[in-house]
Design a protein around this ligand. Structure first.
Ligand code: UN1
Length: 513
């Protein structure tokens, strides 16, 4: 089927028109703001236009989210989970269409687009279970006939800012948990990916209408930084969760902190793999190529630095070049394609700029890096033989550039690994127990994610996702990340006849002289 027909029919099935309101607050509002054009990065063609919110409409939306919060928090958590369960079912039905839209709008392969929808479905399943497990602890009180315990309450309307590279999955990490926790959620998607957000909002609206319950999900599209900045400054939002660059996170984090709000930050990575002499090289190479080239190097978990034992360096470089040669680049929704385009012409320029700097700093581009003929923002992934002290190696460029460097001693490998400012994901390939354990130990990887014999990207949702240092410190998705979306309350009940004080303090009015 030709592209034009395929995309027109897809958009119609998902409820997207040529011109769309990007503001949903119980109804699609007349947005009043600037247009955001959704461009297919593989063709340069416009898919549709979405109108963002003016400040006045934004305020209306936040007021609606506050009012809806008062209703939503009264619904029992397992009943809130029922909405998320049905959302998971609706996403199962929409998986193919929504995955294809992800592919058209941000350039992921079909498989990765569908994988992203699967990640949403997994989050729904996880959050449904969580809705019956918002556990608080009970502690033994030191005082007789006292009960000491903690409980968790809904927080309020929560802002969620997402990036283009996981346009729907990262929303689901936050929104499914926030919803079962009793919060309302205001989603501000990337201006590169407003259509996937609108498609998800339509799916949500259908599920909510069927259940006849309040709708905790709100949407605000906007061009540029503005709606995100409004949210960061907005005291009506007790929590703002933001995914994107370290630069964006510094700004959002500082703004939210200045009003003593909470920020949940998932920012840049500069992820490394160490390949040791005992590694299974076949597995290591497969993992490296997926982690470095998958999603065209545009995951925050993308492998950017490869630290190889010096005895293996030449062999690894040669085998990587052969593997890179066989990576099919093209329209990512077509069969057999492994790598799509970069998101924008700016991203292509940033990649070229980084490669020029790498060369100036003594790096050798041993494979790829070329810009491919348009239309579309296609490049060939690059392998750069590098030294760890090259300044460019410390920078995250959101493109498929793999800096490869060597080490001699194990301690040196760890030092190279930890010398960058970002701290998201990391891995070692080794068959030696001591190396694996040291890597995962307190003196090993300083990242939020540390793997043995698998790559840096493609984490499951069951674990908490996020990183340390300039990655921002937030944790989303699995484990106990739900606690971010609630407020903790510590409670003491005295069911005795006396009033003993803690720490043995005496304060007896009858002793007062
Ligand atoms: C991101 O790039 O922002 O671990 C998220 C992974 C995916 C999530 C990446 N599950 O690569």
């Amino acid at each position: 089927m030709d592209y034009a027909k395929m995309s027109t029919e897809l958009l119609a099935r998902l409820g997207i028109r040529p011109e769309n309101s990007g503001v949903y607050a119980g109804d699609w509002l007349s947005p009043g703001g600037r247009p955001v054009r959704s461009i297919n990065p593989s063709t340069g063609e416009e898919l549709a236009t979405v109108y963002g919110a003016s400040r006045r409409v934004y305020d209306t939306l936040i007021e609606a989210a506050q009012a809806e919060f008062l209703r939503w928090r009264r619904i029992p958590a397992p009943a809130r989970g029922e909405l998320v369960r049905q959302l998971g079912n609706a996403l199962r039905e929409a998986k193919s269409d929504l995955g294809l839209l992800v592919s058209l709008e941000v350039g992921k392969t079909r498989s990765e687009g569908e994988g992203e929808v699967q990640e949403m479905i997994d989050m729904c399943d996880f959050a449904v279970g969580q809705s019956r497990q918002l556990y608080g602890k009970t502690m033994p009180s030191e005082r007789p006939r006292h009960r000491l315990f903690e409980q968790w309450h809904p927080l309020g309307p929560v802002g969620v800012l997402t990036a283009f590279n996981f346009p729907v999955a990262v929303w689901a990490w936050n929104a499914t948990l926030a919803a079962v926790c009793g919060d309302t959620v205001i989603w501000k998607p990337s201006p590169h990916a407003p259509l996937t957000a609108i498609a998800v909002q339509h799916i949500l609206n259908h599920v909510v209408a069927r259940l006849r319950i309040p709708n905790p999900f709100f949407l605000v599209v906007g061009e540029g930084a503005e709606p995100g900045q409004w949210m960061a400054r907005d005291c009506r939002l007790p929590l703002v969760s933001a995914t994107g660059s370290c630069e964006m996170g510094r700004s959002v984090g500082a703004t939210v902190a200045s009003r003593l709000g909470r920020a949940l930050l998932e920012l840049g990575g500069n992820n490394a793999v160490i390949v040791t002499p005992s590694a299974d090289l076949d597995n290591a190479l497969r993992a490296i190529v997926f982690a470095a080239v998958g999603t065209a190097g545009q995951r925050c978990t993308t492998l950017r630095r490869l630290i190889v034992h010096e005895t293996l360096l030449d062999d690894v470089l040669a085998r990587l070049a052969t593997a890179y040669e066989s990576v099919s680049i093209g329209k990512p929704w077509e069969d057999g394609i492994l790598m799509g385009p970069l998101i924008s012409a700016d991203a292509v320029s940033a990649m070229q700029q980084a490669l020029a700097e790498a060369r100036e700093q003594g790096g050798e581009v041993v494979f790829g890096g070329e810009v491919l003929d348009g239309p579309g923002n296609f490049v060939r992934p690059a392998i750069v033989k590098s030294r760890p002290d090259m300044p460019i190696v410390a920078r995250e460029t959101f493109a498929p550039i793999l800096y490869v460097m060597s080490y001699r001693e194990w301690d040196e490998a760890i030092a190279i690994h930890n010398r960058v400012e970002q701290g998201l994901s990391s891995a070692v390939f080794t068959d030696r127990l001591t190396e694996a354990e040291i890597f995962l130990g307190a003196e090993g990887s300083d990242c939020g994610i540390a793997n043995v014999n698998i790559g840096t990207s493609g984490a499951e949702i069951g674990g908490a996702f996020g990183g340390e240092k300039d990655t921002g410190g937030g944790r989303e998705a699995g484990s106990d990340a739900w606690k971010n979306y609630m407020r903790r309350q510590t409670c003491t009940i005295n069911f005795g006849k006396d009033l003993p004080l803690a720490q043995g303090v005496q304060f007896d009015l009858s002793d007062s002289k």
